[in-house]
Ligand binder design. Structure first.
Ligand SMILES: NC(=O)c1ccc[n+]([C@@H]2O[C@H](COP(=O)([O-])OP(=O)(O)OC[C@H]3O[C@@H](n4cnc5c(N)ncnc54)[C@H](OP(=O)(O)O)[C@@H]3O)[C@@H](O)[C@H]2O)c1
Length: 288
């Protein structure tokens, strides 16, 4: 495992485990326990995923069994849109901590740049100063939004979690994050079930030449360009496969070939810019 250093001085593992769209309590808990046994230490949930409780239970069980210590883990959750103002955010942070059953989170993110996210950020800055949130960051902040945010807030975000995979490489976003010392974290690093990733001939050929799988190549590509990845799977063999990316390296030529798949837009970029989508999120009809 490799690590990056956040603007807080804390280390973040370059690979973690995401639990989006795993609403079933027992399935989520089992997947997290499998991931901890495999070696994952970073876990990514969100208030809106409705599985903070399952993640928290798995983590506490693993600690009780002596599989891992709390200090070795890096637990992330996110504040949802309905809590996006100063007063509501205080409640949202407390709810996440209570649901997870943890005294502190290693990272807490503003899930979307919607409603009063500056007010919510002030509540997160306070929780950070109190030690309840060891680092605070953002998600889905496009370069213009991130720039305005970083130029305005007191404490700059440690992380920006955005869609990053070979079909949406977002080089411009990475440049902006680098400029402000914000660590990029990829959601949907395997394409999130889109793009027929595992059938791509070029990726299959690169994978074969390294005796690796397409999944491992795609994850490796992101980490090799300095991006933290948080793939999701509820299958033990895939959880293990996805973690096995630290014993090979892609050449510069292979990195370029993979980046050439870039389409310049992603699964939700178009949605995020759609007023209808925004209205539906605000009215609590979409949790995405
Ligand atoms: N901040 C945000 O707005 C945001 C948005 C989306 C996601 N996220 C975070 O990012 C994490 C990852 O994104 P994601 O879950 O959307 O997508 P992803 O990790 O790119 O892809 C997950 C999909 O790939 C499949 N898969 C995983 N490993 C595989 C393998 N080795 N071979 C074949 N198929 C494989 C999974 O199926 P199985 O489970 O059936 O194996 C699942 O359908 C989420 O869990 C969440 O924590 C954040």
């Amino acid at each position: 495992m490799e690590y990056l250093t956040l603007n807080t001085g804390a280390k973040i593992p370059m690979e973690g485990f995401g639990v989006f769209r795993v609403p079933d309590h027992d399935i989520c808990k089992q997947a997290v326990l499998d991931a901890i046994r495999t070696g994952y230490r970073l876990f990514d949930t969100a208030a809106v995923y409705r599985n903070e409780k399952a993640l928290g239970e798995a983590v506490r069980e693993a600690i009780a069994e002596g599989l891992v210590t709390r200090e070795e883990l890096f637990i992330t959750s996110k504040l949802w849109v309905q809590d996006m103002d100063y007063e509501s955010a205080k409640g949202g942070i407390k709810r996440s901590l209570d649901m997870l059953g943890l005294e502190y989170l290693d990272l807490y993110l503003l899930h979307q740049a919607l409603r009063d996210y500056f007010g919510a950020w002030r509540a997160m800055e306070e929780a950070y100063s109190e030690g309840k949130l060891r680092a605070i960051g953002v998600s889905n902040f496009y370069p213009n939004i991130l720039t305005n945010f970083c130029e305005t807030v007191k404490i700059r975000p440690a992380v920006n979690q955005v869609e990053l995979h070979p079909w949406f490489t977002q080089e411009d976003a990475l440049e902006t994050m680098k400029y402000y010392g914000v660590i990029p974290e990829a959601w949907a690093p395997l394409g999130g079930g889109r793009y027929d990733v595992f059938e791509n001939e070029m990726l299959k050929s690169i994978a074969a030449s390294h005796e690796k799988t397409v999944s491992q190549v795609v994850l490796r590509w992101n980490t090799q360009r300095g991006v933290v990845v948080i793939p999701k799977s509820t299958h033990k063999e895939r959880i293990e496969e996805n973690f096995n990316i630290w014993d090979f390296a892609l050449s510069e030529e292979e990195m370029k070939q993979i980046s050439s798949l870039n389409m310049g837009y992603g699964g939700t970029r178009t949605k995020h810019f759609d007023p209808d989508f925004v209205r539906q999120v605000l009215s609590n009809k979409i949790h995405d």
